[in-house]
Write a new protein. Structure first.
Lengths: 522, 320
């Protein structure tokens, strides 16, 4: 491979993978007829998968298998994932190039060890049953930013443009002859958008300190791949014609080459960009396959004290998470302190759900009614950014199961649309003091009208039809709460009292259909 | 279409107005928006003697759906009476719910396709099918109801009016409770407005057909429930009167309306009419109700919107 070609090929690879990432992200719309797993980047992210499974203490082979190729790549070509594939790395490269041109690539510093300590905290925390990977996994960070801080504004813009166009079409004869604007996704509203944006901008801004600051010093996925790739197949070999001009030391994008001895480099820090080979005036640098363990790779050189400290921090995180009030479950396994904590259909029972959910916001992005929102405090510190259904914004649409299809860790298990009548995520309750039928004798029954499951039943009380809720057919989808004319707090509201995840599917089916049989005398 | 603030404006004046407003919009960036505008106003397109005559219900049955639609409209003088070459047509179906056609909660897609085809072959410039849906997301509703595919097939354009910027204020001077409302601009400005409801029992309003279907062109439905649903339906029908009503009585919903699923009855009829009250009175009988069982039919008749006494309506039964 000639020298300039490697850099070009790498750029193309980065561009293609970023484009693929964005394409898959854009695919998560309903109805999509998904043929490609839209969560492919998350499903192949070993940090996400391993920490989720470790936290859940479940070894699901199907999930692990998909993450294996990335680990295998690390065994073959070191942290090539970071340099060639990772969409976050590509974004940082672009940002460094655009905004921090003058920032130099610097030799490695003490800081590069931080990421291993962070990794230690992530795994110890997972070992004690609490997710931490979501805070810093690059794929999760990027997906979350795209969902909360990019997708919302983009839909707002698209709607504004389409709306103006439709308006002008009614006003200008020439435009009226042109076709209608395509149906754009409904404008989305998301909580926590500013937080997601601030984290992302912060990560990019670190580029002012040194190039790829995030990848060098903080990224726990990079650390995991670095640990795995201590002895990869593809090794950097410097020929005897090296003059120690240190050009490669200066240009290395992660400062992985030792300043004292340019022939030695830290393999766990190298992202396989092959810039050192390209810039070498003597053409002395080669990347060659080598099976033997011997080599001139520097050690990781971590501080045991720090590792222990960060491991303890992970343990502390797990302990804190599990002692938040929202983590308290009732005797049957419902969240005890959060009456409006409504999870998407197919979500695992709360404790397992919290273990598995990586807060990537794919489900939040996918929800066609915009009802799924990232939690702030509803589910406690351990439930930060987990998806919560806010029916007043959007209900759980009867004919949709998209969020269950794109959860990378199956924290929301796949369900069929036909099964939705027997998946209970909550239950509506009627506030008779504010319901305009109960309190004001008005004619309404919108809740009954919109209920997809006919769970709102009318009772004749004092000569008027008044709404009541059947607890065997109400699934807590929230259509009633969404459409209730009483403002701003609906007179019919969904609470987690009807959340029956912990029952399992079969018992929920019995609850739903067994009673119907009894009622109909069958 | 006709509404109360209508002044009689000819086509030439209209075009001049459009050109003027268009220029203003181009220069001033949509300067004309957000006012008290009722949109472009049109007089009734039908000759006065037709409007004043005894209300007619053209009830077609038998044959294929498209033949039934044609036969019913022909009984009122043919589609040429309503749609002229170059007209922009707006159709208001019932497309509120994520329900399949056979559940009879939404307008029959074959009927809608036949109607769009007739308008297009008459030379309509555009046929917009507009609904302010209740279920979301819109794409799913168009798909599940089969209406999206039918509209595409027939060359119409599907519009889900979920954007508040599409609505303008309309004054309703004859309204007793509802004195103004925000209505989809395209509906108010339509050269031809066709209402295509499906008769269903309705837990909130006893029954829904022609007049209740028009609730799907306003922005704030909630208010109607709070202010008094029956009176609001009647009030609104004094202000927005479709040029033509095609009642989809192929299959009607007898229980669990308006969304169902419930028991249905195959009636196999298509009813064309100009009188929303007479249409609803007839629709009530299809559902096993008396017209007087439905308060908004009675209230609308009191407001002079139409005739609720079917004995005073000319029923023309035709076989397609």
């Amino acid at each position: 491979m000639s020298k300039p070609k490697a850099a070009t090929v790498r750029r193309i690879s980065q561009g293609l993978f970023l484009a693929a990432f964005l394409y898959l992200f854009a695919l998560t719309v309903w109805p999509s007829g998904l043929h490609v797993p839209a969560d492919l980047f998350l499903r192949t992210d070993p940090l996400v998968i391993l920490s989720a499974l470790l936290a859940a203490k479940m070894w699901i082979v199907g999930l692990i298998l998909l993450a294996l190729p990335v680990l295998a790549l690390a065994l073959i070509a070191g942290r090539a994932y970071c340099g060639w594939i990772c969409p976050m790395g590509t974004t940082i490269d672009v940002s460094d190039r655009l905004f921090f041109r003058k920032t130099k690539s610097r030799p490695i510093t003490e800081r590069s060890r931080w990421k291993y300590y962070i990794l230690a905290a992530v795994f110890v925390s997972a070992l004690f049953g609490a997710q931490l990977a979501y805070l810093m996994d690059p794929i999760v960070v990027l997906t979350r930013t795209l969902t909360l801080a990019v997708f919302g504004p983009v839909t707002a813009l698209a709607n504004a443009v389409a709306g103006e166009y439709a308006y002008l079409q009614t006003r200008i004869v020439v435009l009226a002859r042109l076709p209608q604007a395509p149906q754009v996704p409904q404008q989305a509203y998301f909580g926590m958008a500013w937080v997601a944006l601030a984290i992302f901008v912060g990560i990019l801004a670190l580029g002012s300190v040194e190039k790829r600051f995030w990848c060098r010093n903080l990224c726990p996925l990079g650390a995991l791949l670095g640990v795995v790739s201590r002895v990869p197949l593809l090794r950097r070999r410097v020929g005897d014609n090296c003059t120690s001009c240190k050009r490669c030391v200066r240009d290395c994008s992660t400062g992985a080459i030792e300043a004292e001895d340019p022939k030695t480099h830290r393999i766990a820090e190298c992202i396989q960009c092959y810039k050192c080979a390209a810039v070498c005036p003597e053409d002395a640098v080669r990347f060659v396959p080598q099976v033997s363990l011997a080599g001139r790779e520097a050690r990781l050189d971590l501080s045991r004290r720090r590792l222990l400290a960060f491991g303890a921090a992970g343990l502390g995180w797990a302990a804190m998470a599990h002692t938040a009030p929202a983590a308290k479950t009732t005797v049957i396994g419902n969240p005890a302190a959060s009456p409006q904590l409504i999870r998407p259909p197919g979500a695992l029972p709360e404790p397992e759900f919290l273990d598995r959910c990586v807060r990537c916001q794919q489900c939040v992005k996918a929800c066609p009614t915009n009802g799924l929102q990232p939690a702030l405090s509803e589910a406690g510190i351990d439930g930060l950014w987990t998806p919560v259904l806010v029916p007043r914004i959007g209900p759980c649409s009867e004919k949709c199961n998209l969020c269950t299809q794109i959860c990378p860790t199956d924290a929301i298990e796949p369900i069929r649309v036909e099964d939705k009548p027997a998946i209970f995520i909550g239950q509506a309750t009627i506030d008779r003091s504010s319901c305009i039928v109960w309190a004001n004798d008005k004619q309404c029954l919108v809740c009954d009208e919109v209920c997809p499951y006919k769970a709102v039943e009318q009772k004749i009380v004092e000569g008027k039809k008044r709404p009541t809720v059947n607890d065997h057919t109400c699934t807590g989808c929230g259509e009633c709460e969404k459409n209730c004319p009483v403002q701003p707090l609906a007179a019919i509201r969904v609470f987690s009292l009807g959340d029956r995840r912990h029952w399992g599917r079969e018992r929920q089916r019995q609850w739903r259909y067994g009673m119907q049989r009894v009622e109909h005398g069958q | 279409m006709r509404h109360t603030l209508s002044e009689k404006i000819g086509r030439r004046e209209f075009l001049r107005g459009v050109a003027g407003v268009g220029a203003a919009a181009l220069i001033g960036g949509c300067a004309a928006r957000g006012g008290q505008g009722t949109g472009g106003a049109f007089g009734p397109r039908l000759p006065k003697h037709v409007m004043d005559a005894k209300p007619v219900l053209a009830i077609a049955s038998g044959g294929k759906m498209e033949d039934r639609v044609r036969a019913a409209i022909d009984e009122l003088g043919g589609i040429g009476q309503f749609v002229k070459k170059g007209d922009a047509v707006v159709i208001k179906p019932n497309a509120a719910w994520q329900r399949s056609p056979h559940q009879a909660a939404t307008t029959n897609p074959d009927l809608l396709a036949a109607l769009i085809t007739m308008c297009k072959s008459q030379g309509a410039s555009r046929v917009l099918v507009i609904e302010h849906m209740i279920d979301t997301p819109p794409q799913l509703v168009w798909d599940v109801t089969g209406l999206g595919a039918a509209i595409r097939r027939a060359g119409g354009e599907a519009v889900s009016a979920g954007d508040q910027r599409r609505y303008v204020k309309l004054n309703i001077p004859e309204g007793k409770v509802l004195t103004s409302d925000d209505v989809i601009r395209d509906v108010l400005e339509a050269k031809v407005l066709i209402n295509v409801p499906i008769p269903k029992v309705h837990d909130g309003s006893v029954m829904t057909a022609a007049m209740k279907n028009m609730m799907g062109v306003i922005w704030n439905r909630q208010y109607w429930h709070q202010a008094g649903l029956q009176q609001c339906i009647a009030d609104f029908s004094t202000a927005v009167r479709p040029d033509l009503i095609i009642l989809d009585a192929d299959r009607v919903l007898l229980t669990n309306g308006p969304k169902g699923p419930g028991n249905t009855k195959d009636v196999g009829e298509v009813v064309a009419s100009l009188d929303p009250v007479a249409t609803d009175a007839y629709a009530a009988t299809l559902l096993g109700l008396k017209p007087s069982d439905v308060p908004h039919v009675e209230l609308a008749a009191q407001l002079g919107v139409g005739e609720m006494d079917l004995a005073k309506v000319q029923m023309k039964h035709v076989k397609a």
